[in-house]
Design a protein around this ligand. Structure first.
Ligand code: SAM
Length: 290
C-alpha cells in the first residue's frame, strides 16, 4: 500500500527511550497517550473505538473475535485497552457471546495506572513483572492469543522489530500494530496540533499537584520534549511493505509466498480516526485455521 511517505525511515532516538529520561516526562507522555485514545473529533468515535472496530472486522467478526485473549504488549499507562475492553465486550454480550479478557504487559510496567484500570474491569488484568515484547511468551493458555502493539512498534529498530514479529508468529494467533505517527504530511501536521493540546493538559495535570510550584517552571519543557519525540516517532514510522520486509527478508520469499509457507495472512490499512489529520496506520497478521 502506498502511504505517500515524504522521506526514508531513520531510527533516531526518542527521549522517552533513554535510561536518563526523567520519569515525570515518561509518565506524562503515557498519560497523554491514554487521553489521546479517548479523544474524539469524528462522528465515528474515538481512535480507540475505531481501533476496536478494525480488530473485530479483521479477525472475522464478533464470533471469531470472542475466541481470543487480547495482550496489550507495550501497554504504557493502558493505552486504548480501557476503552476497547468495555466496547468490545458489550458488543459480544449483546449477541450472546462471552466476554473476552485483556492483559496488560510492558517492559516497564506502570503498576499504579494498571491497578486503577483493572479495579474498574474484571476483564482486564496485568503482569507485574517486565515482559519484553521482543521475546514474549504465550500468556493466554488454551485461548487464542491476539497481541496488540499500540503506538509502540516504531520504538523498535529493525532487528528488535523483527524479533517482535517472530515472537508473535511463533507464540500467538494474531497481532495488530496500530500507529498514528508516520513519514507523511497528515501525521506531521497532526503532531503539531497535538502538541498544543499537550501544553494545556500538562498545565492542568500539574496545577493541582502539591509540587506545582516546582513543575510550573518545567511545564514548557514537557511539550517541547513531547514535540521532539512526536517528530522522531514520525521519522521512525514504517510502511506496511517495510514491516513485512522484516518477516520475509531472511528467507527471500515474497509476502504471498511467506503467507503460504507459514499459514498466516498479513493485512494493512489506514483510516482517518482523528480528523482533520490524525490517521491510524495498521498492520495485522492472522493465523489461518489449520
Ligand atoms: C509510546 S508508549 C505506548 C504506550 C501505549 N501502548 C499507548 O498506546 O498509549 C511505548 C511503550 O512501549 C514500551 N516498550 C518499549 N520497549 C519495549 C519492549 N521491548 N517490550 C515491551 N514494551 C516495551 C514502553 O515501556 C512504553 O510503555
Amino acid at each position: 500500500m502506498d502511504y505517500n511517505v515524504l522521506f526514508p525511515r531513520f531510527h533516531l532516538a526518542e527521549i522517552e527511550d533513554q535510561p536518563w529520561c526523567p520519569e515525570v516526562f515518561r509518565t506524562n507522555t503515557h498519560k497523554f497517550l491514554a487521553r489521546f485514545w479517548k479523544a474524539s473529533t469524528s462522528s465515528k468515535g474515538s481512535p480507540a473505538l475505531q481501533a476496536s472496530q478494525i480488530l473485530v472486522r479483521e479477525l472475522g467478526g464478533l464470533s471469531k473475535a470472542s475466541e481470543y485473549t487480547f495482550v496489550d504488549s507495550c501497554a504504557g499507562a493502558g493505552g486504548p485497552t480501557p476503552v476497547i475492553e468495555p466496547i468490545l465486550n458489550e458488543r459480544l454480550r449483546s449477541v450472546g457471546l462471552n466476554s473476552v479478557q485483556f492483559k496488560l504487559t510492558d517492559l516497564w510496567p506502570d503498576l499504579k495506572a494498571w491497578r486503577e484500570i483493572s479495579s474498574h474491569s474484571k476483564n482486564i488484568s496485568y503482569f507485574e513483572y517486565p515482559v519484553d515484547a521482543t521475546k514474549a511468551i504465550r500468556l493466554s493458555g488454551d485461548n487464542k492469543e491476539c497481541r496488540m502493539y499500540n503506538l509502540c512498534f516504531h520504538h523498535f529498530d529493525d532487528p528488535a522489530a523483527e524479533r517482535v514479529l517472530l515472537s508473535a508468529i511463533e507464540s500467538s494467533d494474531a497481532f495488530f500494530i496500530f500507529e498514528m505517527t508516520h513519514r507523511t504530511f497528515p501525521s506531521l501536521l497532526n503532531i503539531v496540533l497535538i502538541n498544543f493540546q499537550v501544553f494545556f493538559t500538562t498545565v492542568y495535570d500539574w496545577w493541582w499537584s502539591p509540587l506545582h510550584l516546582i513543575f510550573v517552571y518545567l511545564i514548557p519543557l514537557i511539550p517541547i520534549m513531547n514535540a521532539f519525540d512526536g517528530l522522531v516517532s514520525c521519522i521512525r514510522g514504517r510502511t506496511a511493505d517495510e514491516t513485512w520486509d522484516l518477516l520475509t527478508r531472511s528467507s527471500g520469499l515474497s509476502v504471498e509466498e511467506w503467507e503460504q509457507k507459514h499459514g498466516w495472512e498479513l493485512r494493512s490499512g489506514r483510516e482517518i480516526v482523528l480528523p482533520p489529520f490524525g490517521t491510524m496506520y495498521w498492520c495485522a497478521g492472522i493465523k489461518k485455521p489449520n
